[in-house]
Design a protein around this ligand. Structure first.
Ligand SMILES: [Zn+2]
Length: 501
């Protein structure tokens, strides 16, 4: 007897349909699983048998062959368990073929017959072509986010058999997910002083410009970075779906669609795989993908391993991560606003006369840890100083997040009218058309180029930032000299790191 049951697995952030083919026939009793299963997937053999017995079904004392098609692609994880169990039960005539027609099955089985969620419910369900899908009860709300098949949740294999064998009604789905319990984003009003960095944060949010902050410990770099997501607009429907798939693929809890820009801050001991993804057959997305559509904050940038920082360059350039393996390749979305922070030297006190205890050689080594090409990705580079006593003790609060976010939203609308999400995405060929320079602005840039303060490579970046400044001021027409001067100032030779902008 033969059965063919649709299911799917997740790789990276994409679901891939898998057909579970089960043959029960004459031969030595046992179950053979073929079709490139990984270790977790191969162990389905033991889980499925125990779960079937726990659910009160019979385990056929025959030769069972399970093929996972397409057989040339690796299958990772335990999400095919339920489909394999249903396949065995149909092929051994315990469940009628008609009862499962039109259904796909997704879920891991416990030895006691519990049906458990697996990471990637959203991309898995999105990949299915069946009109109906059976998923673990707890995963039903996530599965319902996909505009596709009708979703049925089951808590145990026994519950599923009651429906398929006895024609009982489907168990009711879980109650709707509670409203997202995301922590509130802290407000910019709490930041005292720091006018230049506040301006840089606003420009970063408005134009999608990567920002590097250099300053001593205690200057408030992390505090500033944490406030950035509050300045960004909600994700548009496309990004929202992408971010939801990514969250689902890494097995993070969902409470409906992800709408708020994520904020991800990996530690400086992170490996390349944890930052850009990959590693196993399931191609788990890394921190950069988890930050897709939002903010990736790298604190202590100079402490990251050079090879890890190197792995960042391609995603920053292309907004996507490509991972290739012998049998397949995966593409992971990775469009982030990169915010990085570092000390000016190993002790952190360079810049304060007489305070730095580092040798010249140590300072130089520290700075050389950042490669020129990476440094070049930062359109904005600012020094962050510790707030002074007056600022700390003063009663004056900074401008709150809300009005800043409104200016950012207006700037983003202007960028959208140019056909890009943010000005940082504008190709150089369009700068003359969308951000022509006024004569005085041209003079400022000419001087900066002549004195070596600006290189040809940095020129386009400064022009994009100047355009963002004009957008924030809601100005049309040629870019003014003042905006260009501020853009140059926001791309400063921070802590002596950069030779020239
Ligand atoms: Zn020092």
């Amino acid at each position: 007897m033969f059965a063919s049951i649709p299911s799917a697995v997740v790789r990276g952030v994409d679901g891939h349909p898998v057909t579970v083919e089960v043959h029960v026939g004459i031969g030595l009793p046992g179950l053979t699983l073929v079709g490139l299963p990984d270790t977790a997937c191969r162990e389905a053999r033991d889980r499925v048998r125990a779960a079937c017995l726990a659910a009160g079904a019979e385990w056929p004392n025959r030769r069972i062959t399970v093929n996972l098609a397409p057989s040339d692609q690796r299958k990772a994880g335990s999400g095919l368990d339920l489909a394999i169990a249903v396949g065995v039960l149909v092929a051994s005539a315990q469940v009628k073929e008609e009862a499962v027609a039109g259904y796909a099955f997704v879920g891991e089985l416990g030895l006691d017959g519990t049906v458990r969620p697996v990471p990637g419910t959203v991309p898995i369900v999105a990949a299915l072509r069946s009109p109906r899908v059976v998923v673990p009860w707890a995963a039903a709300p996530d599965a319902s986010l996909v505009d596709g098949p009708s979703v049925f949740g089951v808590a145990t294999l026994r519950d599923l058999l009651a429906v398929l064998q006895e024609d009982e009604p489907w168990p009711p789905g879980p109650p709707p997910a509670p409203p997202p319990a995301e922590p509130a984003i802290p407000d910019l009003a709490d930041v005292r002083g720091q006018p230049v960095v506040r301006r840089a944060l606003e420009v970063a949010a408005a134009g999608g410009h990567h920002l590097l902050m250099v300053g001593p410990p205690g200057a408030g770099k992390t505090m500033l970075a944490r406030r950035l997501p509050g300045l960004l607009p909600e994700l548009d429907p496309t990004r929202s779906m992408e971010a939801t798939r990514i969250r689902s693929a890494v097995g993070a809890p969902l409470a409906g669609m992800v709408r708020r820009p994520p904020y991800v801050a990996p530690h400086h001991t992170a490996t390349s795989a944890s930052l850009v993804g990959g590693g196993t057959d399931s191609m788990r997305p890394g921190a950069v993908s988890r930050a897709h559509g939002g903010v990736l904050f790298l604190d202590e940038l100079a402490e990251f391993a050079p090879v890890v920082l190197d792995a960042l360059r391609q995603p920053l350039e292309e907004g996507t991560i490509r991972i290739s393996r012998a049998r397949f390749h995966a593409e992971l979305p990775a469009r982030v606003l990169l915010i990085a922070a570092m000390n000016p030297c190993p002790c952190g006190e360079a810049g304060r006369p007489g305070a730095c205890r580092c040798s010249d050689a140590a300072r130089l080594r520290y700075r050389r840890r950042l490669s020129g090409p990476l440094l070049d990705r930062f359109d904005l580079r600012v020094d962050v100083l510790r707030p002074d006593v007056e600022e700390l003790l003063g009663t004056e609060r900074g401008e709150p997040t809300e009005p800043v976010a409104r200016r950012v939203a207006e700037a983003r609308r202007r960028a959208a009218a140019r056909g890009v999400a943010a000005n940082a995405d504008l190709p150089p060929s369009r700068l003359d058309e969308v951000g022509p320079l006024g004569p005085a602005a041209r003079d400022v840039l000419a001087t900066a180029l002549r004195t070596g303060r600006l290189t040809g490579r940095g020129l386009d970046r400064v022009r994009r930032v100047a355009l963002t400044l004009a957008d924030l001021a809601e100005e049309d027409g040629p870019i003014s000299a003042q905006h260009v001067a501020v853009a140059l100032h926001l791309r400063a030779d921070v802590g002596g790191l950069a030779v020239a902008a």
